[in-house]
Design a protein around this ligand. Structure first.
Ligand code: GTP
Ligand code: MG
Length: 277
C-alpha cells in the first residue's frame, strides 16, 4: 500500500528462469507492493516452478510477444497503481518508491534508463543503445510537443487505473514496440505524465531483443516509422499532414544533401587528380 492505494507489479516473462524468483522477492521487499502478477508468455521450462516458490500470482498468456504479455498483465492486475517491469535483473526494486513519489502529481510515470550515473556495470546500455533510444525519444518529443523524454524502450513505468481506462482501447501492438504505443496513447489522450531516471543493471541470462545489434536497429527503425505514422494520422486538419512531418523531411533531406555534396566533392577531386596526371 502507498498513500491508501493498492500497488500491483506486472512481470512479463519469457526467458528469465534464473532471475525471476530474486526479482519477485526484491520487489516485494520494498514493503509497498501488494501484488505481483507474473505473465508467463510460453516461458522457459522451470519458470513456473520458480514462481511457485514465491507469493506472486502467475497467469499464462499464449499470445506470444512483449506487448501481448504486458496487456494481459494490465488486465489481470487488481491494484489502483500498476507498475510494469522486467524480471531479468535489470530493474531495481528501490525505484518502485521513486515512481510512487511522482504519482502524487502524475497519472503515468515513465522510467528512463539513459541516465549515465544510474547505468550499472555490465548493463546493456552502451553508446549505441543509449543514444539510439535518446534520438527516437527526441523525435517523439519534437513531433508531439511532449514534455522531456530520453528513452523509448524502458519497460519500467507506473500507470494509474483511471489513466489505463483512458488508453486501453487503443492497444494494438503485441510485439516489442508496445511500450512506445503506450507512450503515444498517453501523450495524445490528455493523460498527465512524466519521465524519471531509473537504475539499469546487467541482465541475468540472455537478452532476446536488444542484445542483438541487428534486432535493435530493426526495432529502432520500426519505432521511427511508428511515430511518423501516428503523427500523420493525428494531423488536424488532414491537409496539415505534410506540415506535421515537414521538419523531419527537411532534416533527412539536409543529411542526404550533405552526404551527397561530400560524394560529388569526392568525384570532382578524383576527376581533377586524373586530369592533372
Ligand atoms: N523477447 C520476448 N520477450 C518477451 C516475450 N513475452 C514477454 N517478454 C518479456 O519482455 C521483456 C523483454 O525481453 P528481453 O529479452 O529482456 O529484451 P530487452 O529488455 O529488450 O533486452 P535486455 O533487457 O537488454 O535483455 C522480458 O521481461 C521478457 O520476459 C516474447 O515473446 N519475446
Ligand atoms: Mg530486459
Amino acid at each position: 500500500m502507498w498513500d491508501g492505494k493498492r500497488i500491483s507489479v506486472i512481470f512479463p516473462t519469457y526467458n528469465e528462469k534464473d532471475s525471476i524468483r530474486a526479482a519477485i522477492e526484491e520487489f516485494f521487499s520494498t514493503g509497498v507492493v501488494d501484488e505481483i502478477v507474473v505473465v508467463n508468455n510460453n516461458a522457459a521450462p522451470g519458470t513456473h516452478e520458480e514462481v511457485a516458490k514465491t507469493a506472486a500470482r502467475e497467469v499464462f498468456e499464449p499470445r506470444q510477444g512483449y506487448g501481448a504479455a504486458i496487456q494481459r498483465g494490465l488486465r489481470e492486475a487488481t491494484g489502483d497503481y500498476l507498475i510494469v517491469a522486467e524480471p531479468d535483473g535489470t530493474f531495481d526494486g528501490r525505484d518502485v518508491r521513486k515512481l510512487l513519489a511522482y504519482a502524487e502529481d502524475f497519472d503515468v510515470v515513465f522510467g528512463t534508463r539513459t541516465t549515465t550515473s544510474l547505468i550499472g556495470e555490465g548493463a546493456n546500455m552502451g553508446l549505441f543503445l543509449k543514444w539510439g533510444n535518446w534520438a527516437v525519444a527526441k523525435l517523439l518529443e519534437f513531433l508531439f510537443d511532449t514534455t522531456h523524454f530520453s528513452d523509448v524502450g524502458c519497460t519500467m513505468r507506473l500507470i494509474k487505473r483511471e489513466a489505463l481506462a483512458k488508453i486501453a482501447d487503443g492497444f494494438t501492438v503485441d510485439g516489442s514496440h508496445f511500450g512506445l504505443e503506450m507512450m503515444l496513447l498517453v501523450v495524445s489522450r490528455g493523460v498527465r505524465y512524466i519521465e524519471i531516471p531509473v537504475h539499469y543493471r546487467a541482465r541475468v541470462g540472455k537478452s532476446s531483443v536488444t542484445g542483438d545489434p541487428l534486432k535493435a536497429v530493426g526495432l529502432g527503425l520500426r519505432m521511427i516509422l511508428f511515430i511518423l505514422a501516428w503523427r500523420l494520422r493525428l494531423a488536424r486538419p488532414p491537409s496539415a499532414r505534410l506540415a506535421a512531418i515537414a521538419p523531419v523531411i527537411i532534416l533527412v533531406a539536409l543529411a542526404l544533401s550533405l552526404e551527397g555534396t561530400r560524394w560529388i566533392g569526392g568525384l570532382v577531386r578524383r576527376f581533377n587528380h586524373r586530369g592533372a596526371r
